[in-house]
Design a binder for this molecule. Sequence first.
Ligand code: FES
Length: 179
Amino acid sequence: MTEQKNPCCTGSNPGFTELGAYIDALKIDPNDPERKEMLIMTLHKAQSIFGYLPAEVQQFVAKKFSIPHAAVSGVISFYNYFTTTPKGKTNISICMGTACYVNGSDKILQDFEKALGIKSGQVTADGRFSIESLRCVGACGLAPVVLINDHVYGKVKQGQAEKIIEEYLIEYGEPVEVE
Ligand code: FES
């Protein structure tokens, strides 16, 4: 599997129509003290539509709000929830907090990278998998921890990555051999 090109904003994505309608319905008043809350709500909406917040989406929001792009990117970088990196349908997050790291999470990250042929921060060409690393997710007793979407895998051992990936491939109904 290879790295995926930006899947979000090439060509005319209907997501922009949906996002534009959402913002228009807010009837933004430049003097409204709640404008910042509206911006945060809008960014949540945008991320739910596109999966992440690339520059093109940020610029669209900035234009609609009549504010500089930097004001939008500042809010995005302030809140951990927002991401400017695309994710796959199945997002694999490996905890790199201290407890997980001392229990070998760096080796587990390498296992997933090798099995999928991508690096942390990348998405497979078919858009099904992405890998990222996180700081402590608050489950240190289960270190090392891997989160796959909302599912927590605890005490993950080296060599288990392929088996875990296969569970998801089977779920997709089209098992594919991993390396
Ligand atoms: S360090 Fe990984 S869950 Fe806390």
